[in-house]
Design a protein around this ligand. Structure first.
Ligand code: ADP
Length: 247
Protein backbone atom coordinates (compact mmCIF):
# COMPACT_ATOMS: atom_id res chain seq x y z
CA UNK A 1 0.00 0.00 0.00
CA UNK A 2 1.28 3.49 -0.85
CA UNK A 3 1.18 5.45 2.41
CA UNK A 4 2.88 8.63 1.16
CA UNK A 5 0.70 11.56 0.10
CA UNK A 6 0.70 12.60 -3.55
CA UNK A 7 2.94 15.54 -4.47
CA UNK A 8 0.00 17.34 -6.06
CA UNK A 9 -3.72 16.90 -5.51
CA UNK A 10 -6.47 18.75 -7.33
CA UNK A 11 -9.89 18.18 -5.80
CA UNK A 12 -13.13 19.17 -7.52
CA UNK A 13 -11.58 22.21 -9.25
CA UNK A 14 -13.93 24.56 -11.10
CA UNK A 15 -12.97 27.56 -13.27
CA UNK A 16 -15.88 29.53 -14.66
CA UNK A 17 -16.03 32.40 -17.15
CA UNK A 18 -18.75 34.63 -18.55
CA UNK A 19 -20.94 37.19 -16.82
CA UNK A 20 -23.17 34.40 -15.52
CA UNK A 21 -20.33 31.90 -14.98
CA UNK A 22 -21.91 29.95 -17.83
CA UNK A 23 -18.60 28.91 -19.47
CA UNK A 24 -17.02 26.03 -17.59
CA UNK A 25 -13.29 25.85 -18.42
CA UNK A 26 -12.97 23.34 -15.58
CA UNK A 27 -15.98 21.56 -14.16
CA UNK A 28 -14.95 19.51 -11.14
CA UNK A 29 -11.51 18.20 -12.15
CA UNK A 30 -9.96 15.83 -9.63
CA UNK A 31 -6.54 14.21 -9.93
CA UNK A 32 -3.37 13.38 -8.01
CA UNK A 33 0.26 13.28 -9.14
CA UNK A 34 3.03 11.51 -7.24
CA UNK A 35 6.64 12.64 -6.88
CA UNK A 36 8.77 11.75 -9.88
CA UNK A 37 5.90 11.09 -12.28
CA UNK A 38 5.98 11.99 -16.00
CA UNK A 39 2.33 12.79 -16.62
CA UNK A 40 0.52 14.03 -19.69
CA UNK A 41 -2.72 15.99 -19.70
CA UNK A 42 -4.41 15.00 -22.94
CA UNK A 43 -7.73 15.89 -24.50
CA UNK A 44 -9.08 17.94 -27.39
CA UNK A 45 -8.59 21.67 -27.74
CA UNK A 46 -10.81 23.49 -25.25
CA UNK A 47 -11.00 20.56 -22.81
CA UNK A 48 -9.30 22.51 -20.00
CA UNK A 49 -5.63 21.48 -20.15
CA UNK A 50 -4.16 24.99 -20.03
CA UNK A 51 -6.64 26.11 -17.39
CA UNK A 52 -5.67 23.15 -15.18
CA UNK A 53 -1.92 23.75 -15.68
CA UNK A 54 -2.43 27.43 -14.80
CA UNK A 55 -4.17 26.45 -11.57
CA UNK A 56 -1.47 23.93 -10.60
CA UNK A 57 1.16 26.55 -11.54
CA UNK A 58 -0.50 29.07 -9.21
CA UNK A 59 -0.91 31.44 -12.16
CA UNK A 60 -4.67 31.43 -11.64
CA UNK A 61 -7.16 30.59 -8.88
CA UNK A 62 -10.08 28.15 -9.11
CA UNK A 63 -13.60 29.44 -8.47
CA UNK A 64 -14.13 26.37 -6.34
CA UNK A 65 -12.06 23.39 -5.26
CA UNK A 66 -8.79 22.63 -3.56
CA UNK A 67 -5.20 22.38 -4.82
CA UNK A 68 -2.54 20.96 -2.54
CA UNK A 69 1.10 21.00 -3.63
CA UNK A 70 3.91 19.48 -1.55
CA UNK A 71 1.63 19.45 1.48
CA UNK A 72 0.62 23.13 1.14
CA UNK A 73 -3.03 24.05 0.77
CA UNK A 74 -2.39 26.61 -1.97
CA UNK A 75 -5.79 28.23 -1.49
CA UNK A 76 -4.70 29.55 1.90
CA UNK A 77 -1.51 31.23 0.56
CA UNK A 78 -1.34 35.01 0.19
CA UNK A 79 -0.50 36.51 -3.22
CA UNK A 80 3.08 37.04 -2.09
CA UNK A 81 3.38 33.48 -0.76
CA UNK A 82 2.02 32.17 -4.06
CA UNK A 83 4.63 34.16 -5.97
CA UNK A 84 7.46 32.83 -3.79
CA UNK A 85 6.14 29.27 -4.05
CA UNK A 86 5.92 29.59 -7.84
CA UNK A 87 9.43 31.02 -8.12
CA UNK A 88 11.08 28.41 -5.89
CA UNK A 89 9.15 25.19 -6.51
CA UNK A 90 7.77 25.36 -10.04
CA UNK A 91 9.38 25.55 -13.47
CA UNK A 92 7.44 26.45 -16.61
CA UNK A 93 7.84 25.57 -20.28
CA UNK A 94 5.49 27.16 -22.82
CA UNK A 95 4.59 26.32 -26.41
CA UNK A 96 5.96 29.68 -27.65
CA UNK A 97 9.23 29.34 -25.62
CA UNK A 98 8.68 32.81 -24.03
CA UNK A 99 12.36 33.74 -24.12
CA UNK A 100 13.45 37.39 -23.79
CA UNK A 101 14.77 38.31 -27.26
CA UNK A 102 17.26 41.00 -26.15
CA UNK A 103 18.99 38.72 -23.65
CA UNK A 104 21.52 36.05 -24.53
CA UNK A 105 20.79 32.36 -24.01
CA UNK A 106 22.80 32.38 -20.74
CA UNK A 107 21.07 35.57 -19.54
CA UNK A 108 17.63 34.07 -20.25
CA UNK A 109 18.50 31.08 -18.08
CA UNK A 110 20.00 33.33 -15.40
CA UNK A 111 17.05 35.73 -15.15
CA UNK A 112 14.75 33.66 -12.87
CA UNK A 113 17.74 32.92 -10.65
CA UNK A 114 18.20 36.68 -10.12
CA UNK A 115 14.52 36.88 -9.12
CA UNK A 116 15.18 34.09 -6.63
CA UNK A 117 17.99 36.13 -5.04
CA UNK A 118 20.85 33.78 -5.96
CA UNK A 119 24.38 35.21 -5.73
CA UNK A 120 26.30 35.89 -8.93
CA UNK A 121 28.77 33.04 -8.53
CA UNK A 122 26.07 30.48 -7.79
CA UNK A 123 24.03 31.78 -10.72
CA UNK A 124 26.97 31.28 -13.07
CA UNK A 125 27.38 27.72 -11.83
CA UNK A 126 23.66 26.90 -12.15
CA UNK A 127 23.43 28.41 -15.66
CA UNK A 128 26.46 26.44 -16.83
CA UNK A 129 25.02 23.22 -15.40
CA UNK A 130 21.57 23.76 -16.94
CA UNK A 131 22.97 24.58 -20.39
CA UNK A 132 25.15 21.48 -20.23
CA UNK A 133 22.19 19.28 -19.23
CA UNK A 134 20.23 20.37 -22.30
CA UNK A 135 23.35 20.24 -24.52
CA UNK A 136 23.30 23.83 -25.65
CA UNK A 137 26.37 25.32 -23.92
CA UNK A 138 27.99 26.26 -27.24
CA UNK A 139 25.16 28.73 -27.93
CA UNK A 140 25.34 30.47 -24.53
CA UNK A 141 26.22 33.91 -25.94
CA UNK A 142 23.74 33.92 -28.83
CA UNK A 143 20.36 35.66 -28.81
CA UNK A 144 17.24 33.42 -29.06
CA UNK A 145 16.52 34.75 -32.57
CA UNK A 146 19.76 33.17 -33.80
CA UNK A 147 18.59 29.67 -32.79
CA UNK A 148 16.19 27.12 -34.31
CA UNK A 149 12.83 26.46 -32.65
CA UNK A 150 14.10 23.23 -31.11
CA UNK A 151 17.18 24.98 -29.72
CA UNK A 152 15.04 27.81 -28.30
CA UNK A 153 12.79 25.31 -26.56
CA UNK A 154 15.87 23.65 -25.05
CA UNK A 155 16.92 27.06 -23.69
CA UNK A 156 13.43 27.31 -22.16
CA UNK A 157 13.96 23.86 -20.62
CA UNK A 158 17.33 25.00 -19.22
CA UNK A 159 15.63 28.07 -17.74
CA UNK A 160 12.97 25.84 -16.14
CA UNK A 161 15.44 23.40 -14.56
CA UNK A 162 18.20 25.87 -13.56
CA UNK A 163 16.86 26.45 -10.05
CA UNK A 164 16.18 22.71 -9.52
CA UNK A 165 12.41 23.01 -8.96
CA UNK A 166 10.76 19.75 -7.88
CA UNK A 167 7.94 20.26 -10.40
CA UNK A 168 7.93 21.38 -14.04
CA UNK A 169 4.73 22.27 -15.90
CA UNK A 170 4.89 22.30 -19.70
CA UNK A 171 1.94 23.55 -21.76
CA UNK A 172 2.10 21.99 -25.26
CA UNK A 173 5.94 21.98 -25.16
CA UNK A 174 6.20 20.47 -28.65
CA UNK A 175 3.30 22.46 -30.13
CA UNK A 176 5.56 24.73 -32.21
CA UNK A 177 8.03 22.03 -33.27
CA UNK A 178 8.09 19.58 -36.19
CA UNK A 179 7.63 15.95 -35.23
CA UNK A 180 11.33 14.96 -35.26
CA UNK A 181 12.30 17.95 -33.11
CA UNK A 182 9.31 17.29 -30.86
CA UNK A 183 10.46 13.70 -30.33
CA UNK A 184 13.96 14.90 -29.43
CA UNK A 185 12.47 17.37 -26.95
CA UNK A 186 10.36 14.65 -25.32
CA UNK A 187 13.51 12.47 -25.06
CA UNK A 188 15.20 15.36 -23.27
CA UNK A 189 12.30 15.90 -20.83
CA UNK A 190 12.13 12.18 -20.08
CA UNK A 191 15.90 12.06 -19.46
CA UNK A 192 15.66 15.03 -17.05
CA UNK A 193 12.73 13.36 -15.29
CA UNK A 194 14.77 10.19 -14.80
CA UNK A 195 18.16 11.83 -14.16
CA UNK A 196 17.04 14.65 -11.83
CA UNK A 197 13.84 13.15 -10.39
CA UNK A 198 11.82 16.22 -11.43
CA UNK A 199 8.06 15.65 -11.63
CA UNK A 200 6.76 16.67 -15.06
CA UNK A 201 3.19 17.49 -16.00
CA UNK A 202 2.84 18.39 -19.66
CA UNK A 203 -0.11 18.89 -21.96
CA UNK A 204 -0.54 17.75 -25.53
CA UNK A 205 -3.16 16.49 -27.91
CA UNK A 206 -0.55 14.88 -30.21
CA UNK A 207 -0.63 11.05 -29.79
CA UNK A 208 3.13 10.88 -30.55
CA UNK A 209 3.71 13.06 -27.49
CA UNK A 210 1.01 11.73 -25.16
CA UNK A 211 2.28 8.18 -25.72
CA UNK A 212 5.61 9.12 -24.11
CA UNK A 213 3.96 9.68 -20.72
CA UNK A 214 4.05 7.31 -17.81
CA UNK A 215 0.41 8.23 -17.23
CA UNK A 216 -2.08 9.96 -19.50
CA UNK A 217 -4.88 11.92 -17.84
CA UNK A 218 -7.48 12.74 -20.47
CA UNK A 219 -9.69 15.78 -19.96
CA UNK A 220 -13.04 16.29 -21.61
CA UNK A 221 -15.33 19.26 -20.96
CA UNK A 222 -13.28 20.38 -17.98
CA UNK A 223 -13.32 17.02 -16.20
CA UNK A 224 -11.01 14.02 -16.04
CA UNK A 225 -12.56 11.61 -18.52
CA UNK A 226 -10.11 8.76 -17.99
CA UNK A 227 -6.58 7.84 -16.98
CA UNK A 228 -4.17 5.40 -18.59
CA UNK A 229 -0.93 4.18 -17.06
CA UNK A 230 1.69 3.00 -19.55
CA UNK A 231 4.16 0.25 -18.80
CA UNK A 232 7.82 1.17 -18.48
CA UNK A 233 8.58 -1.37 -21.22
CA UNK A 234 6.40 0.52 -23.70
CA UNK A 235 7.99 3.86 -22.78
CA UNK A 236 11.46 2.44 -23.37
CA UNK A 237 10.41 1.25 -26.81
CA UNK A 238 9.13 4.73 -27.67
CA UNK A 239 12.36 6.33 -26.55
CA UNK A 240 15.38 5.49 -28.68
CA UNK A 241 18.56 6.94 -27.16
CA UNK A 242 19.65 9.99 -29.13
CA UNK A 243 21.35 13.30 -28.59
CA UNK A 244 19.12 16.37 -28.66
CA UNK A 245 21.86 18.41 -30.33
CA UNK A 246 20.60 17.78 -33.85
CA UNK A 247 17.33 19.65 -33.21
P1 ADP B 1 -7.17 23.54 -23.73
O1 ADP B 1 -5.87 23.95 -23.11
O2 ADP B 1 -7.53 22.10 -23.48
O3 ADP B 1 -7.24 23.86 -25.20
P2 ADP B 1 -8.28 25.72 -22.20
O4 ADP B 1 -7.97 25.43 -20.79
O5 ADP B 1 -7.42 26.74 -22.89
O6 ADP B 1 -8.35 24.36 -23.03
O7 ADP B 1 -9.77 26.26 -22.32
C1 ADP B 1 -10.88 25.52 -21.80
C2 ADP B 1 -12.16 26.31 -22.09
O8 ADP B 1 -12.18 27.48 -21.31
C3 ADP B 1 -12.28 26.74 -23.53
O9 ADP B 1 -13.62 26.64 -23.93
C4 ADP B 1 -11.85 28.19 -23.49
O10 ADP B 1 -12.47 28.94 -24.49
C5 ADP B 1 -12.34 28.63 -22.11
N1 ADP B 1 -11.48 29.69 -21.55
C6 ADP B 1 -10.19 29.58 -21.18
N2 ADP B 1 -9.72 30.74 -20.74
C7 ADP B 1 -10.75 31.64 -20.82
C8 ADP B 1 -10.90 33.03 -20.52
N3 ADP B 1 -9.89 33.74 -20.00
N4 ADP B 1 -12.10 33.60 -20.74
C9 ADP B 1 -13.14 32.89 -21.23
N5 ADP B 1 -13.07 31.57 -21.54
C10 ADP B 1 -11.90 30.96 -21.35
Amino acid sequence: MNTTSPLITVTDAWRLYGSLNQDQALAGATLAVDKGEFVCLAGPSGSGKTTLLNLIGLLDLPDKGQITIMGHDTMSLTLRQRAIFRRCSLGFIFQAYNLIPVLSVAENVEYPLILRGKEKQERAHLVERALKLVEISQHALKRPGELSGGQQQRVAVARAIAGSPPIILADEPTGSLDSGTGTALMNLLLRLNQQLGITFIFSSHDPNVTSRAQRIITLRDGKVAHELTETKEKRRKCSPPQSSENT
